[in-house]
Design a protein around this ligand. Structure first.
Ligand code: HEC
Ligand code: HEC
Length: 331
């Protein structure tokens, strides 16, 4: 066990070094379409970069932004099972999924939040504030509760998230903003093929039982991918397209958009394997009051189309998308 951890750490150190040198090698071919699943891309070619933290002046806002970033990067230390401020979350950090505190291009960064919120979201069927969107990730991805939006912590997280996207004008979608969604496969994703990918490329860190490795302080050195302390089944990553897109560009640790370490097929299959395991449940009854707004890969019916739940979970998604396009429904 100890040896495995050491190996994993050596590997991750090497990969982080690699990742560091590749951060700016976006290159001329990084013009591919990217969106957050709901927004279409415009024709920009320059890859988005987060604003520079050196511009934070020594003002009260700097203190707040620094605290906000720290809450995103080290959420468990403050709000996890042994948190110093409150104990309301499962031990994950926001940064586990929003890499580099939500600043890494293509990989689920916060670039588009400032310019798009408040906005209508089909999942709740309401106009959502940034606080509501942040609370969603607390309730689903961290399977817990968000700090009050008026608390020091609630304000700091929102201020930081909004700062990340402060350089983007309304209506702009630069390349690399948000999460770049990878193409659908022609077939259904295959959990059995994904189990092999998991053993070969994931379990050295996330462990054979998927429960990750704790840091001994209520948080994780390697976060869990399933089980009681993982994201619940209403979280974004439980949608196969979000999981596959995230891991294609961010996992195994060290992978980037420019230098992925998985093929698309491996990403989709390992997504199917991980999302076939047990995880906490969540009351979904208030989600998508208009069922025609459900994403093609939302794995819980009822649907406005005639495809079965299983196909909405694992695919193939192209036929569902084609049928929706015919009816002009969102995919
Ligand atoms: C287990 C993974 C995971 C964790 C942990 C997580 N999130 Fe998220 N978050 C996601 C996914 C997936 C999305 C949706 C991305 C998409 O659909 O394009 C998302 C979306 C968001 C958005 C909206 C982004 C946009 O462009 O509209 C915000 C804001 C956000 N998360 C904040 C947070 C905060 C703050 C935390 C920590 C309290 C957190 N998230 C923790 C996975 C996670
Ligand atoms: C070298 C160690 C390592 C390997 C190998 C690795 N991961 Fe990770 N993974 C991490 C770390 C560390 C994080 C948290 C990243 C951060 O906070 O910056 C993470 C985060 C994640 C997350 C989001 C957080 C969560 O717990 O849900 C997912 C999903 C994930 N990894 C999936 C995978 C998959 C799938 C593979 C195999 C294809 C894989 N990882 C391989 C170390 C690893």
């Amino acid at each position: 066990m100890k040896k495995q951890v050491m190996q994993a750490l050596v590997v991750s150190a090497a990969m982080l070094t690699l990742a560091f040198f590749c951060q700016s090698c976006g290159g001329p071919d990084s013009t591919s379409t990217n969106n957050t699943g709901e927004e279409a891309a415009t024709g920009h070619t320059a890859v988005w970069a987060a604003p520079d933290t050196n511009t934070w002046a020594q003002t009260e806002q700097a203190v707040q932004l620094r605290y906000g970033r720290d809450l995103v990067a080290n959420t468990a230390a403050y709000l996890g099972p042994e948190g110093s401020i409150a104990r309301t979350t499962n031990g994950l950090n926001c940064q586990n999924c929003h890499l580099d505190a939500g600043t890494r291009p293509f990989t689920n960064n916060y670039a588009l939040v400032a310019s798009t919120y408040p906005r209508f979201r089909a999942r709740s069927g309401t106009e959502e504030t940034v606080h509501k969107r942040i609370a969603d990730c607390f309730q689903r991805s961290l399977n817990g509760q968000a700090p009050d939006s008026l608390s020091v912590e609630g304000k700091a997280i929102a201020a930081y998230v909004l700062w990340v996207g402060s350089g983007i004008q309304k209506g702009e979608t630069p390349a690399g903003a948000g999460l770049e969604v990878i193409d659908f496969l022609d077939r259904a994703a295959d959990p059995q093929a994904g189990a092999k990918v998991y053993v070969e490329k994931c379990q050295s860190c996330h462990q054979p039982n998927g429960q990750g490795l704790t840091n001994g302080k209520g948080g994780y050195a390697f976060p869990p991918l399933w089980g009681p302390n993982s994201y619940n089944h209403a979280a974004g990553l439980y949608r196969l397209s979000r999981f596959a897109s995230y891991v294609k560009q961010g996992m195994p640790l060290g992978a980037t958009h420019e230098k992925p370490l998985l093929t698309d097929e491996e990403a989709w299959d390992v997504a199917a394997y991980v999302n076939s395991q047990e995880r906490p449940k969540y009351d979904l009854r208030a989600d998508w009051p208009d069922i025609s707004g459900k994403p093609v890969d939302h794995p819980f019916g009822p649907y406005s189309d005639s495809f079965p739940e299983l196909q909405h979970k694992y695919g193939p998604f192209k036929p569902i998308k084609a049928a929706r396009d015919q009816q002009k429904q969102p995919s």
